[in-house]
Design a protein around this ligand. Structure first.
Ligand code: ZN
Length: 389
C-alpha cells in the first residue's frame, strides 16, 4: 500500500519498475544523443545486471565506458574523467552505479566542456554553483540508499577536504529506477545504504530547511523504507527491492530540499577517520539524536523554528518506528540496526576514548549543524557519541 502511494509521487522524468533498465536505449534516442559517456562502477555494472543493456545501447549510440575512479568522489579522479570527456566529446553522460558513480556522472556532466581537468581543484575550492550543462544526463542507481540520482548537489573531496557542489544542472534529464539492479550487493551493503535512506528521511522531517513538500516526501519515504528494509537485507525479494528503490529515491527528493542535519554532520569524520561506511556511520548517532530531539524544550530550538512544527516532525518519526516516546524510538531504531547487522556501539567501531570523541566533534561542519532544529554544542555532541556505548 505504501508502495503505491510512493509511485504516485514520482516525477515524470523517472522510469520505475523491475527490468526498466532495458528502456535505456529508447531514452537515449529520445534525448537525441549519439555519443554516450558511460560512467559506472568497475564491478557493479556487470554484477548488478545493468551491463545486459550494453549491446542494444551500442546500436543507438557510440558508447565509451569510464570506470577509473574510486568510491568517495575525488577531484583527481574527476580531473581525469574530464580529460576522457574532452577527448570523447559525449552529448550524454550516463551514470550507472552507487552514490559515488552518481556524483561523478553529475559533476562530469556539469563541468564537462566548461572546466578543463587541470583547473578542477581550484574550481571546486571556489565552490560556484553549476547552473547549466552541455551534455544530457541520465542516472541509473544500482543501490538503494543515497538518493543521489535526484538531488541537485554532489560531494567531492580535494585531499581530505569535503566539498558539496550544488546547482540545478546537477539534476538529470531522466532517471531509471530499476529495483532489480539493487540486489547484487552484500547484506552489509544493502543494510548500510538502506539505513542511510531511513536516516535521510528522518532528518529531513525535522530539518530547518524542510518545507511541506519535502516533509511529504520524507513521510512517504520513511513509511515505505521501514516496511521493507529488514526483508531487503535479510531475505531480499522483488517486493522489498521495489519498496527500497522507491523509498530511497523519495528520501533523496526530501533532502534535495531540506538538506541533512546533525547525524549526517557527525558521520563524515567517522567515515574518514574510522572507515565506517556512510549509512552505518550516520545511523550510529541517529538513535541518540531521536531521543535528544524528542526531549528538546522550546528554548533549545534554533531561532525561527516553530515548536509545534518540531514536535509534529519528531512525533511522526517516533510513531513510524512503532514507538511512543523518544527513549522507546531510540531503542526501536537501535533494534532495527541490530536486526540488519549494523553494530550500533561506537566503542566497537574504533571510537574508544574521550580524545577520539573530541576529534570527531571537531570535524563537524557548523553550517550543516545550523540546519538541525536543536542547538547542540560540542559537549552535547560528545555526549551523544558517548551514549552509544
Ligand atoms: Zn547520507
Amino acid at each position: 500500500m505504501s508502495t503505491a502511494r510512493a509511485v504516485d509521487l514520482l516525477a515524470d522524468e523517472v522510469t520505475f519498475g523491475p527490468g526498466t533498465v532495458a528502456r535505456l536505449p529508447e531514452l537515449v534516442r529520445e534525448l537525441g544523443a549519439e555519443r554516450v559517456l558511460l560512467v559506472c562502477g568497475r564491478r557493479s555494472f556487470e554484477a548488478s545486471g545493468a551491463a545486459t543493456v550494453l549491446p542494444e545501447l551500442e546500436q543507438v549510440a557510440a558508447v565509451h565506458r569510464w570506470s577509473d575512479f574510486s568510491p568517495n568522489t575525488d577531484a583527481a579522479d574527476l580531473g581525469r574523467g574530464l580529460g576522457e570527456l574532452a577527448t570523447f566529446r559525449p552529448d550524454l553522460v550516463l551514470g550507472v552505479g552507487g552514490g559515488s558513480a552518481m556524483d561523478m556522472a553529475k559533476l562530469l556532466a556539469g563541468y564537462g566542456g566548461r572546466v578543463p581537468g587541470d583547473e578542477i581543484v581550484a574550481t571546486i575550492q571556489a565552490g560556484g554553483r553549476i547552473d547549466a550543462r552541455d551534455p544530457g544526463l541520465i542516472l541509473v542507481p544500482t543501490t538503494s540508499g543515497s538518493g543521489a540520482e535526484t538531488t541537485h548537489f554532489a560531494v567531492v573531496y580535494t585531499g581530505h577536504d569535503k566539498h558539496s557542489i550544488a546547482g540545478p544542472a546537477l539534476r538529470p534529464d531522466r532517471i531509471v529506477l530499476d529495483p532489480s539492479l539493487t540486489l547484487s550487493g552484500s547484506p552489509y551493503q544493502r543494510a548500510t545504504s538502506g539505513i542511510d535512506a531511513v536516516c535521510q528521511a528522518i532528518e529531513s522531517l525535522w530539518a530547518v530547511g524542510g518545507t511541506d513538500a519535502s516533509r511529504t516526501f520524507a513521510r512517504e519515504a520513511l513509511a515505505v523504507l521501514l516496511d521493507h528494509i529488514e526483508a531487503f537485507v535479510t531475505a531480499p525479494d522483488d517486493t522489498a527491492a521495489a519498496g527500497m528503490s522507491l523509498g530511497s529515491h523519495l528520501a533523496g527528493r526530501a533532502i534535495d530540499v531540506s538538506k541533512t542535519t546533525a547525524a549526517h554532520a557527525l558521520s563524515y569524520g567517522l567515515t574518514k577517520r574510522h572507515g565506517v561506511s556512510h549509512g552505518h556511520a550516520v545511523a550510529t548517532s541517529l538513535g541518540p539524536f531521536l531521543e535528544a530531539h524528542a526531549a528538546a524544550s522550546p528554548d533549545q530550538l534554533q531561532a525561527g523554528v516553530d515548536p509545534a512544527t518540531h514536535d509534529a516532525a519528531v512525533a511522526h518519526a517516533v510513531a513510524a518506528l512503532g514507538a511512543d516516546d523518544g527513549p522507546s524510538a531510540r531503542r526501536a531504531f537501535v533494534g532495527l540496526m541490530e536486526r540488519i547487522g549494523l553494530e550500533p556501539r561506537l566503542s566497537e567501531l574504533g571510537v574508544t576514548d574521550e580524545d577520539e570523541r573530541a576529534a570527531l566533534v571537531s570535524t563537524v561542519n557548523l553550517e550543516r549543524l545550523g540546519n538541525d532544529p536543536v542547538r547542540f554544542d560540542a559537549d552535547d555532541l560528545t555526549a551523544i557519541l558517548r551514549s552509544t556505548g
